[in-house]
Structures are given as C-alpha cells and as structure tokens.
Design a binder for this molecule. Structure first.
Ligand SMILES: Cc1cc2nc3c(=O)[nH]c(=O)nc-3n(C[C@H](O)[C@H](O)[C@H](O)COP(=O)(O)O)c2cc1C
Length: 363
C-alpha cells in the first residue's frame, strides 16, 4: 500500500518535470539497461538455483536409503528406530488399540533379520530400547486380549542376541505425573530465552572446557527428531588451524572470525532417511538440535553465534575437501562458541510483535 503511494507520488513528480527529448532518450536508455540487467541477473539466479538444487537432490538420492537395492546398514537402522518408535507412540496413547501395528512389527522383523544377515548387530542402546518397547507391547496386548504373536517372536530374537536388560530404565514407556512436570517450573525459561544474544566478541585467551561443551551436546540430544531417528551430528573444532580453515569458506564471520575459540559444525546424516518425502527433514531436525545446543551453551555460561551455511555447490565441496565430515552428512549450520569478554556489546536484533507473527484461528 505504502509502496503504491510512493510510486504514484514519484510518477506525478517526474511527469511534472519538463525534460528535453535528449534527456528523455537518456532516461529511456538507462531504463532499458536496468531491465536487461534485471533479466540477466534473474536468469543467472535461476541457473544457480537449479545447479544447487540438483546438487542437493543428487546428494540425497546418493546417501539416503531411497535406493532400495542398496542394503545399507544405516538406512536399515533408521527403519528399525522409526518402527520401534511407532510402536512406542502407539503404546503412549490413552487407549492403545488391540493388535495395533502388526504390519510395522512384520517390517521390523524383516529389517532385524536383514541387518543380522549383513553381520551387523544393534547397539546396546537400540537393542535395549527395542526390547523394552516390545515387551511393553506384549504386556499391553495381553491385557487387552490382543494378538502379540509377532511381537513375542521379535522379543525372542532380541533376547537370543545375548542381550539381557537388568536395568529398570525408562525405555519403552515412562509414567509421567503432574508432579514431574512441575519440577521444571521454577526455571524461568521465558527470561532465559530473552537473555540469549548472538555474540560476536569472545575472550579468545580463555579456553573453553570440553566438559561444558559436552554438557551442551547432552542438552541438544534431547531435541525432538523425526521418529526419534536422531540424524544430527555435531563436529567440534578447537584447533585454530581447523577453525580458521572452515571459517575461511563460511560467509558471515567477517570482523570476528579470527577470535572464535571453538567452532561447531552441525550436520545431518542423510543415510538415516529412507523416503523422498523426507527430503527437507534434515533441516528441521538440524535446526531444532542447533537451537537446543545453543540454549545448552547459554545455560553453561558460554557465548555463541549461529553462522549460516547458505553455500553454493563449490563452497560446500571446498569444505568437504578438508575431509572433516563423512560424505553422507550435510551441513546444517555452524556455531561459533567461546567465553564472553569482560564487557561487550551485542546487536539488539529487535523482534516482530507477538500479535504480528501469531494468529488464533477460531470458527
Ligand atoms: C541459521 C542462522 C545463520 C546465521 N548466520 C549468521 C552469520 O553467518 N553471521 C552472523 O554474524 N550471524 C548469523 N546469524 C545470527 C543472526 O543474525 C541472529 O540470530 C539474529 O539477528 C537474531 O539475534 P540474536 O541471536 O542475538 O537473538 C545466524 C542465525 C541463524 C539462525
């Protein structure tokens, strides 16, 4: 609206000025040059966009599990985790349906035997999680006189793998009471969230202890992820030669990159995705992980600054050539980490009002 008004004003003003025909010719020439330049830049952008798009798509096809003839342990593992989680989700409903998830259990069985055919065994965490979930499933089905045959077979297979779970842990289902929710209440998340800023000055003389970094990663691993597949990885660089080699490729650290003590590269393992519909999932899971990680750093008293990975093919490949991350991982973003200096200024980065960004929909 405002733009239209200013445009009208502009055209009224220009038409009221009496310009000579040579001046008019010059103005028209400049206008044509502007149009041609805009068309040329737009075409360049389209070509650039599609070459990046082809690169991303090719990487997804190459590294994810969508090519079904590739019997890859990582994608089998991803299927197994997703299916265990589907069963777990069904059990967490207020009233689980008798005999639910039979097709999921059959697929789980098929993938478990495929993974053992490939001579690969589940990690203790995965096996324990699967076993507890399936035991819970059998228990719930038996209470509801449902069919638990398939699940019982799987429990036997997993028990035969010489795995014995003695620990009374939480895998499967966790009973939550209103009281347990209240535990988190004294912590003022609202104030905590508003006290975080992107920091672009660090006390580079003060080393960052690994203990603090590990605690922040520990927070981040509690981030939600699709089917609990946990595809996100974080690579931590403390050596200045490595930090600077990566920052030289990233665009967005000018003026402070040389002071960054620790650099985190957040990635997502594409081999854990098995459907073309999941092609954007890495960005979502990666973003959620990165945010929790940043809050984890903030809670440990560490300063951080998110750094974009809006890279084209050549820069992404330049980074890959450094050999720091496996080829099946895609970079989500970087995070500069360090201690706060004695005093500093941060950009205010003011936010749009709540009523501008949110809308309640009612009938
Ligand atoms: C994915 C992502 C990429 C970013 N990239 C950069 C960057 O390259 N350089 C930079 O100085 N800040 C970067 N930022 C920081 C933003 O400028 C900052 O988060 C935003 O202005 C809000 O300010 P705050 O973080 O202080 O609340 C990035 C933030 C995000 C989430």
């Amino acid at each position: 609206m405002r733009k239209n008004n200013s445009l009208t004003m502009y055209s009224t003003l220009t038409s009221s000025i009496d310009i000579s025909s040579s001046q008019r010719g010059n103005t028209q020439g400049t206008e044509w040059r502007r149009i041609v330049r805009n068309i040329f830049t737009s075409c360049q952008n389209i070509v650039h966009y599609f070459s990046n798009w082809i690169y991303d798509g090719t990487r997804f096809i190459q590294h994810s599990g969508i090519l079904q003839w590739k019997s890859d342990c990582n994608s089998l593992l991803a299927w197994i985790r997703a299916d265990i989680h589907k069963i777990e989700k069904g059990l967490a409903l207020a009233q689980p349906r008798a005999g639910f998830g039979n097709s999921i259990l059959m697929r789980l069985g098929k993938n478990l035997s495929e993974i053992s055919r490939l001579d690969y065994s589940l990690s203790e965490v995965d096996r324990k999680w699967a076993l507890q979930t399936l035991r819970e499933y059998v228990h719930v089905q038996e209470c509801h006189s449902g069919d638990a045959l398939e699940a019982r077979k799987l429990v036997e297979i997993l028990e035969n793998e010489a795995f014995v779970s003695n620990s009374p842990d939480h895998d499967g289902l966790i009973p939550i009471s209103g009281e347990s929710y209240q535990v988190a209440r004294p912590f003022h998340f609202h104030e905590f969230a508003w006290s975080r800023y992107s920091v672009r000055q660090f006390d580079s003389a003060r080393p960052v202890s690994r203990e603090l970094l590990v605690r922040a990663v520990d927070c981040a691993r509690k981030s939600p992820s699709v089917c609990n597949r946990q595809t996100v990885r974080v690579h931590l660089f403390e050596e200045q030669s490595q930090v600077q080699a990566i920052l030289a490729i990233q665009r967005g650290n000018a003026g402070f990159g040389d002071q960054v003590p620790v650099l985190a590269v957040v990635t997502s393992d594409l081999s854990q995705f098995f459907s073309p519909d999941e092609r954007h999932q890495m960005w979502v899971d990666g973003g959620l992980f990165a945010m929790t990680f940043i809050y984890g750093l903030h809670s440990e008293g560490l300063a951080s600054c998110s750094l974009n990975w809006c890279q084209d093919v050549s820069r992404d490949q330049q980074f890959r050539k450094l050999g720091y991350i496996p080829s099946q991982e895609s970079v989500i973003m970087l995070i500069a980490i360090g201690h706060y200096p004695e005093s500093l200024k941060v950009a205010s980065s003011s936010r749009l009002p709540v009523e501008y960004i949110s809308r309640f929909h009612s009938l």
